[in-house]
Ligand binder design. Structure first.
Ligand code: SIN
Length: 358
């Protein structure tokens, strides 16, 4: 479905394509006071755009890719979104994309788009913490900010994937949802916000980054991802007091069964471990992971801390697996993509594996 918004929209204006994925920003409750028991992913993107001011000189086009609660995101929907985004980014009249999305997995989708597309034009993800039916919904203001940010970044030649909520702007690598209710539910860890959107203007806090030029293998990586209906199975586990490796051993049983044809699910191919502190792992967990690695499972270590990254090798020098500076949810995606690309013989995205990879 495609809809054009704006009073005096002309084809000569550059377009911001707004891809609707659902979420609370498109949510509705039976009563306006209900900001918890609503249904996410109901209102069409064309309706979300109604009445939202456009940046001067721009027009918008809405396309409904999906309308879901983002807890249900996964490879099929990411593939649909990637295909739509890639199609529009190849149009000469499109300056930027905005994606309306649920906040629960927004950071994962942001990373999928960044790692796979490495877009030279800006792609801005936006959500809301209150449904469209709320007494004071935050969606319309956030969407107006997203359009402002998209236009501003396009005019400055800033590419890449960005997230905005509650006036703050974060990059795809560092952004995380940090609160289940607050309107400013997102943070960039110790990187902080990259910019603020204030009264229709963008104030960049970091030096505006020019659009990264894509490396030669980008098209092959995109084709590989668009052709894949499943990604290698990567699970995400934590180290914690009392961790004994039982979960890893159970997953290894699944891998053995799947490889032997006795389990229809894809075999375990990778494990992301969110270690304690600087990526330290319980000794019992380390032993189970070593067995997994011996059986061909790729292991990556990150930290379960809400801020910061693993410094050095992590684990007080004892880690034998590569560490990544991505938080666990994004590290899981990065490893799945890395394994997918490696299996296809395609060079891995520099934006994909995180700070250090094999
Ligand atoms: C969702 O993630 O789709 C629901 C929650 C939200 O958007 O805040």
């Amino acid at each position: 479905m495609t809809a054009t918004a704006g009073t005096a929209a002309t084809e000569a204006r550059r377009a911001i394509v707004v891809l609707g994925m659902g979420g609370t920003i498109a949510g509705r409750a039976a009563v306006a006071a209900d900001v918890v028991g609503y249904r996410a992913g109901v209102v069409p993107v064309a309706a979300l755009l109604e009445g939202v001011p456009l940046p001067a000189g721009w027009r918008t086009e809405g396309e409904q890719v999906a309308n879901v609660d983002s807890k249900d995101m996964g490879v099929p929907l990411w593939r649909d979104l990637l295909a739509a985004a890639y199609r529009h980014l190849q149009r000469s009249d499109v300056g930027a994309l905005v994606v309306t999305h649920g906040t629960d997995t927004l950071e994962e989708t942001a990373w999928v788009l960044q790692a796979v597309l490495q877009p030279e034009r800006p792609v801005v993800l936006v959500g809301a913490m209150r449904p469209a039916s709320a007494l004071a919904p935050d969606g319309p203001g956030n969407l107006a900010d997203a359009l402002t940010l998209a236009a501003d970044a396009a005019q400055r030649g800033i590419g890449g994937v960005w997230v905005t909520l509650a006036g703050r702007v974060f990059d795809a690598r560092t952004v995380r949802k940090v609160h289940p209710m607050r309107l400013d539910a997102f943070a960039g860890g110790d990187a902080g916000p990259a910019a603020w959107v204030e009264a229709g203007r963008v104030r960049w806090l970091t030096a505006a980054m020019p659009a990264a030029s894509a490396d030669a293998a980008r098209a092959a990586r995109i084709d590989t991802v668009l052709a894949a209906s499943v990604w290698p199975r990567v699970e995400w586990i934590h180290s914690h007091g009392g961790a004994d490796g039982a979960l890893v051993r159970a997953l290894l049983q699944q891998r053995r069964a799947a490889l032997a044809g006795g389990d229809a699910d894809p075999p375990l191919a990778g494990l992301v471990v969110a270690g304690t502190g600087n990526g330290s792992l319980h000794t019992a967990l380390t032993e189970a992971l070593a067995q997994a690695a011996r059986e061909g499972v790729a292991v990556r270590v990150t930290t379960r801390c809400a801020e910061g990254v693993v410094v050095g090798e992590g684990g007080r020098g004892g880690n034998i697996w590569p560490v990544t500076d991505l938080p666990p949810a994004k590290a899981r995606i990065a490893l799945a993509l890395e394994l997918l690309w490696r299996a296809a013989g395609v060079p891995v995205s520099p934006a994909g594996p995180g700070r250090r990879a094999e």
